[in-house]
Design a protein around this ligand. Sequence first.
Ligand code: GSH
Length: 204
Amino acid sequence: MIKLYRYPLSGNAHRVELFLSLLGLEYSLVDVDLLNGEQKSESFLKLNPFGQVPVLDDDGFIIYESSASLVYLAKKYDDGHWLPEDAQHASMIQQWLSIATSRIAAGPATARLITLFGANHDANEVIQRSNNLLQVINNHLENRIFLVGDGPTIADVAAYTYIAHAPEGNISLTPYTNIVEWLKRIESLKGFIGMQKSKVGLAA
Ligand SMILES: N[C@@H](CCC(=O)N[C@@H](CS)C(=O)NCC(=O)O)C(=O)O
């Protein structure tokens, strides 16, 4: 049985839940109370010594990085569509997994941490950094349907959530028309599930 430890507003957890759903797998969700520090409890630290969600538990096999969880699920439960193995596709997918946990985490995900959870960062600087990143991604998506190759891959799943929720961090997606179309393409995939929207954040 697959279990996903998550927090409903965690984009890192949502990536994994989205992929479970896109693969049509059965899974159960375990909510971790991040606001009250449950992720740092002794029992949770046994699952993830870094004290964070998501944690994926597949019949006792534990993974605690969202990108690694996507790789695991694709390799175990898919026939190669979501993670093609040839050198070019595999390396380009790895490139976007890295961007998701570095530049996207430091950009739109951090902007949202400021508005939703009062994280202590310079909002203007984070928003500027996010816009620089979104421009690069928007350029990349010119004449492309998905981030890598001709079909959806785990690169799209990894990048989706925090870009879709950028407006909650006061980052408008309106100027990034290629990104807006790409988001719609992901949202129309069979099995797509969104992340709960927050009430804060102002940008369209
Ligand atoms: N690199 C990790 C990041 C995980 C992460 O930042 N989790 C956040 C929620 S989105 C968390 O658990 N924060 C609570 C804490 O750090 O105490 C991943 O991709 O899974």
